[in-house]
Design a protein around this ligand. Structure first.
Ligand code: MN3
Length: 236
């Protein structure tokens, strides 16, 4: 057995802490031990004209469904089936190598999209007072935070996500991840607001104009959900 390096220890400690502080959004069905596609909390056309109905329908019913199906396929018959998805994503290095990449990509896809639908709303909302305080302390103000988030979304080369993440020191920070990765995977933080910058999220309506899509996304942010997510983390 190789001795644990300091880095391993820190990673393990980080993952263990993260495990208990990340709220569960994606549970497997107890009987089936399988995940299922969550119902969209609004109609496909509810975010028009900012996010069009066709994009929402394909994104939810085909892309997200495929992540769920492929995640279930990878986990079937393994001891990891039926666990909280968050539990798998914070300790990917413990998964058998045979299924690790499939769980990372499809489990990340299921987790990220489950949050993404909730992070948008057709109703006008605004950040809570505690979240506003945290935004002001970490970024100066809300426009400054959104400017950084937009920069993160535009500079992510290829497919991925830009995030506002909550860190264990209570501060908020902007980050971006490739593919379907999420900041919880390496213990950097927990993404409380995320924007999908895969082309499938915007190409039908915005083609190559990712900046226009980001501006449109800013108009449909569900601040109530983001504020509640922030609250659950800071009180954990
Ligand atoms: Mn997507």
């Amino acid at each position: 057995m190789t001795p644990m390096t300091r880095r391993d220890l820190l990673r393990t400690a980080g993952a263990a802490t993260a495990l208990w502080t990340i709220p569960a959004f994606t549970r497997a069905d107890d009987a089936e031990k399988a995940y299922s596609l969550p119902k969209l909390p609004y109609a496909y056309d509810a975010l028009e004209p900012h996010i069009d109905a066709k994009t929402m329908e394909i994104h939810h019913s085909r892309h997200h469904q495929a992540y769920v199906d492929n995640l279930n396929k990878a986990l079937t018959g393994t001891e990891w089936a039926g666990k909280r998805l968050e539990e798998l994503l914070v300790q990917l290095d413990k998964l058998p190598e045979k299924i690790r990449t499939a769980v990372r990509n499809n489990g990340g896809g299921h987790y990220n999209h489950t949050l993404f639908w909730e992070m948008m709303s057709p109703n006008a909302t605004k950040p809570s007072a505690p979240l506003t305080d945290a935004i002001n302390a970490s970024f100066r103000d809300l426009p400054a935070m959104l400017a950084q988030l937009k920069e993160g979304a535009l500079t992510r080369f290829g497919s991925g996500w830009a995030w506002v993440m909550y860190q264990s020191d209570g501060k908020l920070k902007v980050a971006s991840t490739g593919n379907q990765d999420n900041p919880i995977m390496d213990g950097a933080g927990t993404g409380i607001l995320g924007i999908d910058v895969w082309e499938h999220a915007y190409y039908l309506k915005y083609q190559n104009k990712r900046a226009d899509y980001v501006d449109a996304f800013f108009k449909v942010i569900n601040w109530q959900f983001v504020s509640e997510f922030y609250d659950r983390l800071r009180k954990a």
